[in-house]
Design a binder for this molecule. Structure first.
Ligand SMILES: NC(=O)c1ccc[n+]([C@@H]2O[C@H](COP(=O)([O-])OP(=O)(O)OC[C@H]3O[C@@H](n4cnc5c(N)ncnc54)[C@H](OP(=O)(O)O)[C@@H]3O)[C@@H](O)[C@H]2O)c1
Length: 243
């Protein structure tokens, strides 16, 4: 195992994932840049390297078993191990997705990427993470996955547009995070879910009000938790999010 911290960020070719990769790279970490498109991957790696990040490319489609298996092998060969996994890749599944007006394929897509994709990548990377001295897993969720916020009838806590694909997929991702935290209790692996806030990226047609750098902050914070940090939690910049 290398003495330097090794991270892998999925969906790191743009948006929040790119900025998480840049932020972890700025700490002197070696960063695996996960991306499903060869061209977009090469461009992101080149840009990160030009900015001084020790980045290496990891072709990675989270919906594809063979791609994820190959990615785990590549990380091991290229970096010798893995300390931090950031499950950032995510999609809305498509719009609209209002109750009463939804294509079931939209739900399947959101769950396939946002939930099953995270489980697929986590399972593949766990053997590497178990060998690390301070392993961390960060699941980029969203505050719209909070059942407390989804069910708030009015006020500040009510969140997000009506959605029967994206928001419920993040609710399930939160539950998946809790299940892994339970299974990994007693190990040194800390796993948490984070929300970047409403951030201007492709995901929302750049309507978000935060910059991708601001959105990346919570992912970086959860990736760099101390050994006595929390696990099985759900956080945004302002603190704990109610489930
Ligand atoms: N933006 C927000 O306001 C906001 C709020 C809450 C939570 N989030 C979460 O933050 C994370 C990052 O989102 P973002 O806003 O940065 O969105 P984004 O700019 O659209 O980036 C999404 C990333 O995921 C990748 N991706 C999608 N499907 C993939 C697959 N099957 N395999 C591998 N990579 C895949 C995309 O790759 P391509 O370029 O190839 O499509 C892209 O790199 C997501 O999990 C999102 O749900 C975002």
């Amino acid at each position: 195992m290398s003495e330097r911290t090794i991270a892998l960020v999925t969906g790191a070719n743009k948006g929040i994932g790119y900025e998480i990769a840049a932020g972890l790279g700025a700490l002197g970490w070696r960063v695996g840049v996960g991306a499903r498109d060869e061209q977009r991957l090469a461009e992101a790696v080149a840009k990160l390297r030009a900015g001084g990040v020790d980045a290496f490319g990891v072709p990675l489609d989270v919906t594809d078993d063979a791609s994820v298996t190959a990615a785990a092998r590549l990380v091991e060969t290229e970096a010798g191990g893995l300390d931090v996994l950031v499950n950032n890749a995510g999609v809305t599944g498509g719009m609209p997705q209002h109750p009463g007006d939804v294509d079931l394929a939209t739900i399947r897509t959101a769950v396939e990427v946002n939930v099953i994709g995270v489980v697929r990548v986590t399972e593949a990377m766990l053997p590497l993470l178990r060998r690390s001295a301070s392993p961390r897993i960060v699941n980029m969720s969203s505050g719209v996955g909070s059942l407390t916020r989804q069910s708030a009838s009015t006020g500040e806590d009510q969140t997000g547009p009506l959605s029967v694909a994206y928001s419920p997929s993040k609710t399930m991702l939160n539950a998946v995070t809790i299940q892994y935290a339970r299974a990994l209790a007693g190990t040194n692996i800390l796993i948490n879910a984070g929300c970047p806030g409403f951030t201007a990226t492709d995901l929302n047609g750049f309507r978000g009000v935060r910059t991708p750098q601001q959105g990346a902050a919570i992912g970086i914070r959860l990736a760099t938790l101390p050994d006595d940090g929390p696990t099985g939690g759900y956080f945004e910049d302002a603190g704990v999010i109610p489930w």
